[in-house]
Structure formats: structure tokens, C-alpha cells
Design a protein around this ligand. Structure first.
Ligand SMILES: Nc1ncnc2c1ncn2[C@@H]1O[C@H](COP(=O)(O)OP(=O)(O)OP(=O)(O)O)[C@@H](O)[C@H]1O
Ligand SMILES: [Mg+2]
Length: 259
């Protein structure tokens, strides 16, 4: 295992104007080259954690933040400034800095070979000179992902960023994610989509379950999804109840509020 890329200790955060803490003593360590699924019920604090790791909290979102956070050995703001962390959120329109696909992809000094490879694999070559705002949402999401992948940052955070991606591009994105890991990048993929969690479990991802603003379960995703334990968290039980080749029972997502 490589050096720690994400180090979080006793992280607590509440948004300004709210008396309730969203992150409640969250601890997390992620090493370089790791592929990590971050999952958990809606409202459990996953996006809030991403905002802390990318410096959006406290730069953009105000509130009370305590605890220790380091990304690639730096404060999150310094890590972003140094180009070490790239975030793609659920709304691709918030990501873009340039008007066309080509300019967006070639930003941050990405070399032409990397741009070509990612554009081809994500079916975007024909759209290279297109104006981004004229594209469909799915195409915009592919452009945002392509730009992030081409940059090959130390830490890539994808927060519900592949929800609109269909095959064959879903496979292409997941292949890129695995390849980035082999090249030493760390990928945190936030998702509640069981089919994506399954696919990542097959390639050795670690799973982190966040409930109520704290890490409840950490472990090898495949093991967590295939071993039955009577005291398992209901969210994990829901993820296990999936029918895909090689697995059992019925496919159902358990919706449960953070507690
Ligand atoms: N800008 C904000 N101001 C105040 N409260 C917020 C803000 N953003 C999120 N929250 C609250 O913080 C809590 C955690 O939200 P967060 O978006 O981090 O959850 P999540 O785990 O990402 O959920 P989901 O799975 O639905 O994406 C929720 O109760 C939410 O209402
Ligand atoms: Mg979220």
C-alpha cells in the first residue's frame, strides 16, 4: 500500500445556520493507488465530506469545521491549488471552465495523447469542437469525466458523477478508473448505485459506508457484499440483495435515513 493521500481525523462540520452536525467525528485514511467506494444513505454526509476534501468547505460553504484533514500531505485548498485533487460532482455544468470540449480537455496542460485516448474511449471525438452548453446532460457528464480522467490527479473524487453514463461508456469510465489506480492515482467514487458498486467490488475496491456523518463500516467491497452477517447495517444488506451473475437474492436498494 502506498502513502496516505487522504487523512481525516475526528472531522466535525455543521453548515452555517444549522445547529445539527452533518459530519460527526469522521475518521478516514486512503492510500495512494486505492480505489474506494464511498456509499451510504441519502443525507449521510458524503457530498459534505467531498466538499471538505476539495476545500469548498469552508471556502464556499460556510459553517463550523473542526478536526484534521490532509490531502496529498497538504491542506485541501493547497492540494486543489497544486492540481493534486480533481472533483466531479453530480451536476457537470458546474465543472466547466471553458466553452468547448477541446479547450476543457486541454486545460491544465494535459498532453494530446491522453486527451485523444480518453475522448475516443468515451465516444466524444466527434464532439471535440462542440460548445459544451449545447450538449445533452449525459454528454456533458462524459466531458466532465473525460477532463478529470485526462488530468490524472493524485486524488480523483467522483461524487454521483457517473449516474447518467450508459454502456459502453460506463465500462470505459470504470476501466479508466482502474487504470488510474495502477498509475498511482487514488479514486474516491461516491455512489449509491448498486450496479456500479458491484462492478467496482469485482476489481478489488474498498468500501466505506458513511451513516450519520461517521464511517460505520470499512472493508473489502466484495467481502462485504458477499458475506452475510446478522448484525450488518441495513444499507449493506440492501446492497447485497442483488441478482447479477455470481450473486444471489433480489435486487433492492434500502432507503434508510442517516441515524
Ligand atoms: N449547503 C447546505 N446548507 C445546509 N445544509 C446542507 C447543505 N448541503 C447539505 N446540507 C445538509 O447536510 C446533510 C448531508 O448532506 P449531503 O449532501 O452531504 O448528503 P449525501 O450523503 O451526499 O446525500 P445524497 O446521497 O443524497 O447525495 C443533509 O441533511 C443536507 O440537507
Ligand atoms: Mg451527495
Amino acid at each position: 500500500m502506498g502513502s496516505a493521500v487522504v487523512e481525516v481525523t475526528n472531522l466535525r462540520f455543521r453548515y452555517a445556520g444549522s445547529s445539527e452536525y452533518v459530519l460527526r467525528g469522521l475518521d478516514l485514511t486512503v492510500s495512494s493507488g486505492e480505489l474506494v467506494i464511498v456509499t451510504g444513505p441519502t443525507g449521510s454526509g458524503k457530498t459534505t465530506l467531498c466538499r471538505v476534501l476539495t476545500g469548498l468547505i469552508p471556502k464556499l460553504y460556510r459553517g463550523e469545521l473542526t478536526g484534521w484533514v490532509r490531502v496529498a500531505g497538504l491542506s485541501p485548498v493547497d492540494a486543489v491549488r497544486a492540481g493534486k485533487v480533481t472533483y466531479v460532482g453530480p451536476n457537470p455544468e458546474e465543472q466547466f471552465l471553458f466553452p468547448t470540449v477541446d479547450e476543457e480537455l486541454r486545460s491544465y496542460g494535459v498532453d494530446e495523447d491522453a486527451v485523444k485516448e480518453v475522448l475516443t474511449s468515451l465516444g466524444l471525438e466527434a464532439l471535440r469542437s462542440s460548445v459544451i452548453f449545447k450538449l445533452s446532460m449525459g454528454e456533458k457528464q462524459r466531458v466532465a469525466l473525460a477532463a478529470a480522467i485526462a488530468r490524472a490527479p493524485d486524488l480523483l473524487i467522483l461524487d454521483e458523477a457517473i449516474a447518467l453514463i450508459d454502456e459502453p461508456y460506463l465500462t470505459a469510465v470504470l476501466d479508466h478508473v482502474v487504470k488510474l489506480g495502477r498509475q498511482g492515482s487514488t479514486v474516491l467514487l461516491v455512489t449509491k448505485a448498486p450496479h456500479i458498486i458491484r462492478r467496482l467490488a469485482e476489481v478489488g475496491a474498498r468500501l466505506i459506508l458513511i451513516v450519520g456523518g461517521a464511517v460505520k463500516v470499512v472493508g473489502d467491497a466484495r467481502a462485504l457484499l458477499t458475506t452475510s452477517a446478522v448484525d450488518a447495517h441495513p444499507f449493506l444488506v440492501g446492497l447485497r440483495n442483488i441478482t447479477v451473475p455470481g450473486y444471489s437474492v433480489a435486487w433492492e436498494v434500502v432507503q434508510c435515513r442517516a441515524s
